[in-house]
Write a protein that binds this ligand. Structure first.
Ligand code: PGA
Length: 257
C-alpha cells in the first residue's frame, strides 16, 4: 500500500463550459468515486478561467481543484499575475509549480520555482513541483546531475519541511506530449534517485510520474515501487481515459471502498 495521487493538467485547453462538463463527468464516474473511497487523491488543474466552473461541477465528489501556476509574491505590481493567496481564496487546494513548459517558455529558474512552492504552502495549499531532464541532457549522460540539481535547489530554497509537505512530479521533458512515455524501468530508476535524495534530506514525500501517461501504460507505471501516481496532460482531457487511469491508481492504493 502506498499513497497514490492522480492529477490532471489541462494546460491551456478547455473553455469554462467544456471544463465544467469534463469535471462533472468525472464527478459522476463510479470508478473515480471508488478510487477516492480507497484513498486516491484526484486533483484537476484547469486553466485559471475554468477553476470556478470546475469547482462547482465537482460538488462533493471528493476531487480537488488545483491551478497550473501562481506568482511567488502574495500581491503587488505584477501585471497579469495571480498569487497563491488568490487561488486559495477561490477554493483551490493545490498548485503545480515549475512545469517544464514554464521553465522553457517563461524562463522559470529553480530559485523561482522554490519560491513559488513556498508561496503555495504558505497559502495553505499543496504544491506539486515538477522536475525533469531534456532529451539532450539525457543523451549527454547528465540526467542524474540535472535531477539532483533541481531537487537540491527546491530543498535549499524552500526548506526540507516544505518539501515534505509537497508532491514532486518527475516529468522527463522528452516524454511530455510526445507519446513516448518513459518505460517503467526508466521511470523507476529516476524515482529511486529522487527518493534517495529526499530521504537523505529528511523530506521524503510522494513522487508522481508525468509524460505521455495513458490508460494503456498507467497500470505498469503505477506498479513501480517509487511511483505514487501521475501528472497527466493530454489523457486528462478525456473523462473516460482519465477515469481509467484513476482506477489503475486505486489498485495500487489498496484500501476498501
Ligand atoms: P502529457 O503531459 O501527459 O500530455 O505528456 C504531461 C504534463 O505535461 O504534465
Amino acid at each position: 500500500m502506498k499513497p497514490m495521487i492522480v492529477t490532471g493538467n489541462w494546460k491551456m485547453n478547455t473553455l469554462p463550459q467544456q471544463g465544467a462538463s469534463l469535471a462533472a463527468s468525472l464527478a459522476g464516474d463510479a470508478r473515480v468515486a471508488d478510487a477516492i473511497g480507497r484513498g486516491v487523491d484526484v486533483i484537476l488543474c484547469p486553466p485559471y478561467t475554468g477553476i470556478a466552473g470546475a469547482l462547482a461541477a465537482i460538488g462533493d465528489s471528493g476531487m480537488k481543484i488545483g491551478a497550473q501556476n501562481c506568482h511567488h509574491e502574495p500581491s503587488g505590481a505584477y501585471t497579469g499575475e495571480i498569487s497563491a493567496l488568490m487561488l486559495e481564496a477561490i477554493g483551490c487546494g493545490a498548485v503545480i509549480v515549475g512545469h517544464s513548459e514554464r521553465r522553457r517558455d517563461q524562463h522559470e529558474t529553480n530559485d523561482v520555482v522554490a519560491r513559488k512552492l513556498k508561496a503555495v504552502l504558505d497559502a495553505g495549499m499543496l504544491p506539486i513541483a515538477c522536475v525533469g531532464e531534456t532529451l539532450s541532457e539525457r543523451e549527454a549522460g547528465i540526467m542524474a546531475d540535472v535531477i539532483t540539481r533541481q531537487i537540491s535547489a527546491l530543498i535549499t530554497g524552500a526548506g526540507a519541511a516544505a518539501i515534505r509537505s509537497s508532491i514532486i512530479a518527475y516529468e522527463p521533458v522528452w516524454a511530455i506530449g510526445t507519446g513516448l512515455a518513459a518505460t517503467p524501468g526508466q521511470a523507476q530508476e529516476v524515482h529511486d534517485r529522487i527518493r534517495t535524495l529526499l530521504v537523505s534530506n529528511g523530506c521524503d514525500t510522494a513522487i508522481l510520474y508525468g509524460g505521455s501517461v495513458t490508460s494503456e501504460n498507467a497500470a505498469e507505471l503505477f506498479a513501480c515501487p517509487d511511483i505514487n501516481g501521475a501528472l497527466v496532460g493530454g489523457a486528462s482531457l478525456k473523462a473516460d481515459v482519465f477515469a481509467t487511469i484513476v482506477a489503475a491508481a486505486a489498485r495500487e492504493c489498496g484500501g476498501t471502498a
